[in-house]
Design a protein around this ligand. Sequence first.
Ligand code: PA5
Length: 420
Amino acid sequence: MIEFDNDFTWESDKSIDEMMQEAYQKILLEKENGVSGYFTLGEDSLEIMEDALAYAASNEFIKKSDTIVIIGIGGSSLGTKAIDSIFKHQNTDVKKMLFLENPDEIDLSEKLASIEKEKTLFIIVSKSGSTIETISIFKEIIERFSLDFADGDKSRVTTITDEDSVLHKFSKYYGIESFLIPSNVGGRFSVLSAVGVVPLAIAGYDMKSILEGASIMAERFFTKKENHILKKAVFLTKHKKETPMNVVFSYANCLEDFTKWYVQLWGESLGKIDKQGNHTGLTPIGHIGSVDQHSFLQLIMQGPRDKTVTFIKVDNFEKDIKVPDITLKFIEKTDYINGYSFNELIDGECEATKESIVKEGINVDAVTLDVLNEKNIGKLIMYYELLTSLCGIMLGVNTYDQPGVEIGKQILLKKFTKSS
Ligand code: PA5
């Protein structure tokens, strides 16, 4: 179960109802016209999941491998990493996942040194098929592990890409297994497509429940049972001048990569030049409670009043560790916590922080998961994707492109082609 509530202070008037109605009609059109295809991935990806499982079951090499190395960046890795980080602690029998994303020699050396060729499936994920970081790392993998695709090594590699991409051509040429990303599903909205479903299903995660959760959330939204997503999008975009930043405080370490996924989703989707030529967007900031209460919270409480705050919290961590009933000499004043569980402590931290922020008149909302299970995470992913689309509609931007990112890529290309 996942619950949403908010302390937004605003006067609901007719214009808000109209904004909600208009945004709802527009997102419906995006769905019906296939502007983006992520809305139905909860159902559409079930078949891909079955194909991936069948492929893994028929591949002798995958059966004996215990590690999956993902080579990809941005939308091609962040969502998969987020799900792996949340569930790896609960699933001890899944394959280990390693992410090669950044062309950082220290990170690469360390990770590459830990890879055992005989036990590793390499999955190259790139929608365009030619992202320079990803393909450069793939080249290093080929050389370092002497991969010879003509000589049987092709079963050690799988690609996930767009049907029209050069990586797909490459895969077909060498007979490498390749899974396709629907052409109308962009990188940062693709975690529930083959991008996340194939590696996570092969690793042994329960993707069926994640997809089911996503379907439930999409169905509730499109049948208007989850109206609060619309309300939140209206609230955030209506107040984009006063509060252009949204801080997500996730109260669980394993949600750290999820908050990074959210930061990418919002940043790359909403930071744009709108139809009137204005620079616009909502700035996403991701933090972990209670750790960042000891840092960023000060800025929220007494710094500029330019932020809204979202709390993501888990009611039950399903462990039972209690603070021991021990009195430490000179530190007796902390004894009030003795005997309480750590679950109660982190929950109390979250509630106390929320209350203190609300008292300051700062707008907050909360997303509460009863437990960290697959269905809830599927719902949470779809919730954030829908929210992003709605904010994009209300900001008057194209949520699904990234022209600003492309500029840097062109400059990089010029720099390297000039010097070679
Ligand atoms: O959301 C996006 O479109 C980007 O973050 C891409 O996912 C990222 O640039 C990687 O691109 P590709 O999958 O083409 O390698």
